[in-house]
Design a binder for this molecule. Structure first.
Ligand SMILES: [Zn+2]
Length: 141
């Protein structure tokens, strides 16, 4: 994934660890929209999930590199769905549902996107995955 970012001309993310994250939070990614560099924080408390968390945040770093707007709740929702679907939820029987619920939880942790979770449906989540695959097919980022 790091190679993908470099290939797309984006700087490698800054990766930090922290032990002072919000409850239930495994990590965080902040996007510098000007430099397209992400700063990723992985919570030390979640040591067992370090790799999963880091990979999840790297999906967000790819969106940052692609130029999605981190403050757009629709784009943030899709970013979460893709990260959960292709990372955290891969072993779940109902993978789409797992990704949908995970994305909603993530949005709920953000005060600016809180109300959004009442509007999104599982079909919206499916669309996010479809769009992601389309981009991959066309080798767009
Ligand atoms: Zn996330």
């Amino acid at each position: 994934m790091l190679a993908k970012l470099t290939k797309a001309g984006c700087p490698a993310p800054i990766i930090n660890t922290s032990d002072c994250c919000a409850p239930g939070q495994g990590g965080q990614e902040l996007c510098n929209t000007k430099t397209k560099q992400s700063t990723i924080t992985v919570c030390c408390r979640e040591k067992a999930h370090y790799t999963t968390t880091l990979k999840h945040e790297l999906y967000h770093a790819m969106d940052c590199c692609r130029g999605t707007k981190p403050n757009d709740c629709d784009e943030a929702f899709c970013s979460e769905v893709v990260a959960y679907y292709y990372n955290d939820c891969t072993t779940q029987v109902n993978r789409m549902n797992c990704a949908f619920e995970g994305a909603k939880e993530s949005l709920n942790r953000r005060t600016d996107c809180f109300g959004k979770t009442y509007e999104v449906t599982i079909d919206d989540a499916r669309k996010c995955i479809d769009e992601y695959n389309k981009r991959k097919e066309e080798e767009r980022f």
